[in-house]
Design a protein around this ligand. Structure first.
Ligand SMILES: Cc1cc2nc3c(=O)[nH]c(=O)nc-3n(C[C@H](O)[C@H](O)[C@H](O)COP(=O)(O)O)c2cc1C
Length: 178
């Protein structure tokens, strides 16, 4: 059975992040031929083209770009910040797309799940992210769309997804992606 390596990029660095809770739920599912792992993005310095043009290239950029290159697909799990993509996630996309001509995202399949404590479930971030993905040539799944609103109500105090409805949705989303 071929193993498919899927990287999860979480758009929140917060310790108690609900989006991290969702990512953990995906990681906790029984292993299949789809192997998920979190790709660290919080240690990437803000992108500055001088790093690539003049060096030195930060070690974290080298590590991150290698990790992205090794992936078969990418799963984005993110909150919405001010109706858009959190800067830490946009920065990671920028870092992976450069230096010019070495876009590590090129052609990769992906899926996007946004969640928020608000009612709209990160709709704005989800679609702003799609705009960047067009340019870096990532192919995100179209359906089912995933905007999880009021996410706080779906997560227990232990950080586990507690709502049966949300669990069922996450499993069907994961199945569709795979
Ligand atoms: C800077 C900032 C901007 C935010 N903007 C939005 C927003 O535009 N829409 C929304 O639904 N929630 C917004 N929120 C609330 C987030 O949905 C909420 O903090 C959520 O818990 C963040 O995800 P996390 O739990 O994974 O860290 C914002 C939060 C922060 C810190």
């Amino acid at each position: 059975m071929n193993q498919h390596n899927i990287g999860i990029l979480v758009g929140s660095l917060r310790k108690g992040s609900y989006n991290k809770n969702i990512a953990q739920f995906i990681l906790d599912q029984n292993p299949t031929s789809f192997c998920y792992k979190i790709i660290e993005i919080g240690d990437l310095p803000l992108y500055n083209q001088d790093f690539d043009d003049e060096g030195p290239t930060p070690e974290t950029y080298i590590r991150f770009r290698k990790e992205i290159a090794s992936l078969d697909a990418v799963l984005f799990i993110s909150p919405e910040y001010n109706r858009s993509v959190p800067a830490v996630l946009k920065n990671a996309i920028d870092v992976g797309s450069r230096p010019y001509g070495k876009n590590q995202w090129d052609g990769k399949p992906a899926a996007i799940l946004t969640s928020s404590t608000g009612v709209y479930g990160g709709f704005g971030a989800n679609h702003h992210l799609r705009q960047s993905l067009v340019f870096v040539n990532i192919h995100p799944m179209q359906q089912p769309e995933a905007y999880l609103g009021n996410i706080k109500d779906s997560v227990g105090t232990d950080g586990k997804i507690a709502s049966q409805k949300t669990i069922e949705f996450l499993l069907s989303f994961k199945n569709a992606f795979e």
